[in-house]
Design a binder for this molecule. Structure first.
Ligand code: SF4
Length: 230
């Protein structure tokens, strides 16, 4: 059983109120600790090294550049998107296409309007999957699970004050469940004790008929910025 599967199994038992488990071959009761999300002494360079020239899921076949993450390794706020698009795949940097430019504007303009001295370089930005899905399709659950271990390690190392999940895929990867952005946005959730807010993915906001969603995304971002930087 993989460490992640073991963790989920043990979390399930813990949620049922079961803290002590018997081992088949052992007489004493064994108190099983949840395995950590990340190895001891983990760091962003180590995660990148562990990913290596990754072929763990089928997304590696169409990849030009692996897109790990960008920004301040000690960021107080981390944005998590879905996966790289064409521009990101070409440059190896997340959120550099049109949606990325919108995200930069959203972060910097909202911060400026709210009197918060914050630039894009001050936050950390990454995705659930590090390789571009073909035709920009949504990552499959098994791809999200395989690559998600690296996202979890990134978040565990950075330990931000808050996480902003951009879009339903990021929300599902971090919160589990099936709810989309419309149900999840506007309130605080938690990822392993770190407050998490969900809002629309910038690529959704680029569609001309989504004016209402734009206003809501700005509200969500304002909420996150004040929580983290006030
Ligand atoms: S998406 Fe993640 S798990 Fe899949 S090949 Fe790329 S780095 Fe590896």
């Amino acid at each position: 059983m993989s460490p992640d599967a073991l963790r989920r199994q043990l979390e399930y038992y813990r949620d049922l109120g079961i803290k002590d488990l018997y081992r088949k071959d052992a007489i004493p009761i064994v108190n099983i600790e949840l395995p950590g999300l990340a190895p001891t002494g983990d760091s962003l360079p180590r995660i990148l090294k562990d990913i290596g020239d990754c072929t763990r899921c089928r997304l590696h076949t169409g990849r030009n550049k692996l897109v790990f993450g960008v920004g301040n390794p000690q960021a107080k706020l981390v944005f998590v998107g879905e996966g790289p698009g064409a521009d990101e795949d070409a440059q190896g940097i997340p959120f550099v296409g049109r949606a990325g430019q919108l995200l930069t504007q959203m972060i910097e303009n909202t911060a400026a309007k709210e009197g918060i001295p914050l630039k894009r370089a001050d936050v950390y930005i990454c995705n659930v999957v590090k390789c571009r899905p073909p035709e920009n399709r949504t990552p499959e659950p098994d791809e999200m699970e395989t690559c998600g271990q690296f996202l979890f390690r990134q978040l565990s190392v950075i330990q931000p004050k808050a996480i902003c999940a951009l879009g339903s895929t990021a929300a599902k990867a971090l919160l589990g469940g099936k709810d989309g952005v419309t149900r999840l946005r506007g309130k605080w959730h938690k990822w392993h004790d770190i407050p998490l807010i969900v809002t629309f993915h910038p690529s959704y906001l680029l569609r001309p008929y989504n004016q209402n969603a734009k206003r809501e995304a700005w509200e969500d971002l304002k909420k996150a910025l004040h929580f983290v930087y006030d």
